[in-house]
Design a protein around this ligand. Structure first.
Ligand code: GLP
Length: 269
């Protein structure tokens, strides 16, 4: 796992946008896995800016979102489809037919979930999956106890998640109880994962994800099994990490390597 601690939340968004934009430029028909929540908002704002001001082209990009509340249709203001339209899709030159969000009103959830997995496979698989993290360490809606091999399916939300998301619905009672979510196994098949977190409420979850044991009780910890994960966080979210100096040292070494400053690494040319 590569851990990048930026100086603030703006730095997190800029760095995350650099990873996404570099991929879109290198592979214009790439497949992006996208997340909702407040954390990726700055990333999306930066992508919109680059689309408008720098011509970052999304016309051939395909996207798959991680999850959706069950019971909400795409027009509901709190649905993740609506979130994505508002905060990204309606503001960039993406083809609406290329954007996929699970359907919270699907009649047959089992076949809808299977179809979602098939669509991801048929698109060639996800090149870069953007992830936030729940305060209980979940990714997408894979609540503690989810199988680390799970696939897209129906999931019952944990009380912590209902509490955390009550702010968007006015009260905890109004938060849907079920969601469709990509599984941990689905996420692990992405070629690269980009996990973002900001603020002290995420510090414990980030420490468990990066430095704790791999456990279904913290589904983000399964990312330790993935070969290409980049964690981008701000100092409050890094607050519980014990090896922060080392992560910083790794980043410095990488920069020295890339700029050819061999002697600073005690290397001879
Ligand atoms: C929900 C979403 C997750 C997201 C999490 C954190 O549970 N299903 O994908 O990572 O919220 O959201 P926020 O970024 O608002 O803290």
């Amino acid at each position: 796992m590569r851990v990048i601690v930026e100086s603030d939340a703006i730095g997190v968004s800029r760095t995350a946008a650099r990873f996404v934009a570099d991929l879109v430029r290198r592979k214009p028909d790439c497949v992006l896995g996208l997340a909702t929540g407040s954390t990726p908002l700055g990333l999306y704002a930066e992508l919109i800016r680059q689309n408008r001001e720098e011509g970052l082209d999304f016309s051939r990009v395909v996207t798959f979102n991680l999850d959706e509340y069950v019971g909400l249709d795409g027009a509901h203001p709190q649905s993740y489809r609506c979130f994505m339209q508002q905060h990204l899709f309606d503001q960039i030159n993406i083809d609406p037919r290329h954007t996929h969000v699970p359907d919270g009103r699907a009649l047959d959830f089992e076949s809808h979930c299977e179809q979602y997995e098939k669509l991801i496979r048929d698109s060639g698989g996800i090149d870069l999956q953007v992830l936030g993290i729940g305060s209980d360490g979940h990714i997408a809606f894979n609540e503690p106890g989810s199988s680390l091999g799970s696939r897209t399916r129906l999931k019952t939300l944990a009380p912590e998640t209902i509490r955390d998301n009550a702010r968007f619905f006015g009260s905890a009672d109004a938060v849907p109880r079920l969601a469709i979510t990509m599984g941990v196994g689905t996420i692990l098949e992405s070629r690269r994962c980009l996990l973002l977190a900001t603020g002290s409420p995420k510090a414990q979850a980030i420490s468990a994800t990066v430095e704790g044991p791999v456990t279904a009780q913290v589904t983000a910890s399964a990312l330790q099994l993935h070969r290409d994960v980049v964690v981008v966080i701000d100092p409050p979210a890094a607050g519980w990490l014990t090896r922060r100096d080392y992560y910083q040292h790794v980043e410095t070494s990488q920069k020295l390597l890339q700029s050819g400053q061999w002697s600073a690494l005690n290397l001879e040319r």
